[in-house]
Design a protein around this ligand. Sequence first.
Ligand code: SDX
Length: 428
Amino acid sequence: MAKTAELILDGKSYKLPVVEGTEKEVAIDISNLLEETGAITLDFGYKNTGATKSAITFLDGDKGILRHRGYSIEDLAAKSSFLEVAYLLIFGELPMKDQLDKFSDDIKRHTMVHEDIKKILDGFPSSSHPMGVLASMFCAQTAFYPESLDPNRSAEGVYLSIVRSLAKMPTFAAWAYKNAMGHPVNYPDNSLNYTARFLKMLYALPAEQYEVDPVVADALDKLLILHADHEQNCSTSTVRIVGSSKASIYSSISAGINALWGPLHGGANQEVILMLEAIRKDGGDTEKWINKAKDKNSGFRLMGFGHRVYKNFDPRAKIIKKTADEVLSKLGVNDPVLDIALKLEEVALRDPYFIERKLYPNVDFYSGIIYRALGIPVDMFTVMFAMGRLPGWIAQWKELRENKEPIGRPRQIYTGQNLREYVPIDKR
Ligand code: SDX
């Protein structure tokens, strides 16, 4: 017997179907609520609202669980590679060796970008934030590949767009950085693997032999895995709603890049480092800053803390914290802000304000410390998040299109003026 929920509105009873997922999550299906009751639901920030059914990522916020297609993030971060996780997210299964080799080769074939993209890049002053440059170049692919605008594109055509997206994102990201530095851009060296190829484009200088440090490449590959997907977060929901209008993959993902930029979302990793630096310059008094974070009138939040879903440790934060220790000691880097971050975490986690609100370090709290140790500048931190999240955005966009989901169009409760007569300006 299918489970139902009962709603009583104005004395009338309505039975609503209950949906259960493979991990026993429960939802009340309100697809016909307006038609049956004349009422809608209201849920600012969609804190209690599911927008879709998805088979890609499972989160359990209370237990601090994150799995991609059933595989734990702990296993994937320790044993997989970013390109293998990208394949898993997008196509649903871990690839066989020949499948991964073909995927990697297909991507290598498309790492170059049209030279005319440089005309767009040249239009951005070096003071431009790399996220704005990245979003613009990524969307510009609609101009170079107009066939991607076809909403009924063949599976082969969609695959080509997927490969182009993964292939060119690192090139765009490195070029955005070179633009900010006022340096000439580098072209992709396809003799290297995905992450090393990016690092060489990012750091190589003309007439200098650049060797990729395997410690740096491995650490970055793991960070990209840890950012690869996170179910219906703000930027992924943006990609889905843009994709639901049958917009191209490039414009949908460009919208996601812009949503990720915000300081409450992917932009938090940049804000964390700026916060830690400010605390360090202020003398490192963590108690003082924890008290500021608790004071609603201070306008200050402990960046990198708190999460809409995790009411326990963000499993990614645990892995990144451990990786930060390993990478900094391997590279012989001693970053004073790491000690401040560790102290902040220790003080916050025993403070009733944070305990009551279940505020723990999230993915952004320690990631910036590693990026900085890898030599990546603060303005590029959210670009790194976007590079990591790309396969998740692709997978979610593809799933939405394959499931033929309707265009996203939420309703509202109107709170404005009731009907009133127009008054000509000379009579007002
Ligand atoms: C990401 O959704 C995802 O999955 C996102 C992400 C992904 O992988 O895609 O995990 C990536 O975006 C991580 C989050 C990065 N953002 C930050 O670190 C910014 C700082 N954190 C917050 O602003 C906040 O915690 C959010 C945005 C992450 C979550 O906000 P919610 O769920 O809307 O919670 P809220 O703002 O309503 O806060 C609930 C309470 C409030 O206090 P009360 O009104 O109940 O008294 O907790 C307080 C908030 O004031 N609070 C904080 C706080 N975060 C929440 N107080 C101090 N410092 C903080 N960081």
